[in-house]
Design a protein around this ligand. Sequence first.
Ligand SMILES: [Mg+2]
Length: 231
Amino acid sequence: MTLRALIFDVDGTLAETEELHRRAFNDTFAVEGLAWDWDRDGYRELLKTTGGKERMLAFAAREGIDFSTEEAARLHKIKTARYATLVDRGGLELRPGIAELIDKARAHGLKLAVATTTSPQNVDQLCHSCWGRAATEVFDTIAAGDQVAQKKPAPDVYQLALQQLGLPAEDTIAFEDTANGVRSARAAGIRVVVTPSMYSGAEDFTGADWILPTLARANWTADLASLLPAA
Ligand SMILES: [Mg+2]
């Protein structure tokens, strides 16, 4: 294989976004008069359900609360806007090694892609906040949100990214922070580097090709360093 593209998850991988997402959910519930308040431990459990709408529906089902998919969609719009406001206020930073890796990959002519279950607006907000550029200027292609039928851990969003890149799985490496993400990338046949995040550290990353604390160059293993552009 020749490495031709890097494919990045967004939440937890590019930046520790989940704390801000949790705040945006709780702000939304408060504004809407719902007596829902997601604490850190509860949110860690809820993160096993990917996608914001699905997460609220899973919570309601678990608590025996009558809550429709239409209501979930409506609240999710409010939550997405709230999250954007929090990001605008400077709530996010790239995780160590991300900025350098993306710069070097670009300089070496590698393609850069996103494969995420978060909304395209969230990706764009993060890129504006962290790079001062639109998502389409940082990444060549973005597979996001509701573009696919099945969210992670299904392989769909990675398969879409490969299709958009026009590359076979073996020419790419994925970057993830969760067990669901690892399973999704592996199911699409893509090798995956996992950098556990604040909310995913205790998960089982079986199937990951590399597990590193962060993407800082000093953490790369020799075999990974032989693949990734470093200089
Ligand atoms: Mg993630």
